[in-house]
Design a protein around this ligand. Structure first.
Ligand SMILES: N[C@@H](CCC(=O)N[C@@H](CS)C(=O)NCC(=O)O)C(=O)O
Length: 210
């Protein structure tokens, strides 16, 4: 049964799920759901994702939402290159990085810096510089912690779900001057970005604005 991913190609979390599917070499369909469409998503979509977020995954009679759950399901339910390490400690490290990205990077980097700058450019209105300064502070700390824990890949020596989680967030961050400065402060993360951004899965999931 071919899995179906619901979501939009501009979305960070949809891109994470797509990266996992592509890295596992799983044939799948993407059904476009614009979560920010006027009037909201189609009412039926709320049966798949009751919190009106994207993505959601359907695979036969299995429906899953929350990107962490989707990507772990993709890893465990399908053959293909493993995106989780073997040992409990190494797996916990992957989960830790994914949680850090969810809770400490996504909001400040993607929303409080990238979206704030993008909206200011589109509307011509001034951005809230104090909020951006605070977001820079939070992002800088998060990138420092990620770099200190990283090997060649964010959770050690192999490509894992942690890298697929981080890359779509960093990609939006790098569209801003602040994001480029923050990444340049971290040489090992910069080398990691060169590695991850060169993967065909990243080229296959470019944002519409890339
Ligand atoms: N916890 C959710 C977060 C997903 C999420 O926030 N997706 C964004 C797009 S990247 C969304 O649907 N935003 C809609 C909104 O905030 O109303 C997950 O892991 O899937």
């Amino acid at each position: 049964m071919k899995p179906v991913l619901y979501g939009a190609s501009y979305s960070v979390y949809v891109r994470v799920a797509r990266l996992a599917l592509i890295e596992k070499k799983i044939d799948h369909d993407l059904v476009e759901i614009d979560i920010f469409a006027e009037g909201g998503p189609p009412p039926d979509y709320l049966k798949l994702q009751p919190f009106a977020r994207i993505p959601a995954l359907q695979h036969g009679d299995v429906t899953i939402y929350e990107t962490g759950a989707i990507t772990r399901y993709v890893e465990e339910a399908f053959p293909g290159p493993s995106l989780l390490p073997e040992t409990p400690a190494a797996r916990a490290r992957v989960n830790q990085v994914m949680s850090v990205l969810d809770h400490y990077l996504y909001r400040p980097l993607v929303w409080d810096i990238y979206v704030a700058r993008d909206e200011a450019a589109k509307t011509g209105e001034a951005a809230d510089e104090a909020a951006i300064t605070y977001a820079i502070f939070k992002t800088r700390h998060c990138l420092k912690v990620l770099e200190e824990g990283a090997g060649d890949w964010l959770a050690g020596t192999q490509l894992t779900l942690a890298d697929l989680y981080a890359a779509p967030m960093i990609a939006y961050g790098l569209k801003t001057e602040e994001g480029r400065i923050l990444l340049a402060e971290r040489p090992r993360l910069t080398a990691w970005w060169e590695r991850i951004s060169a993967r065909p899965s990243m080229a296959a999931t470019k944002y519409p604005t890339d």
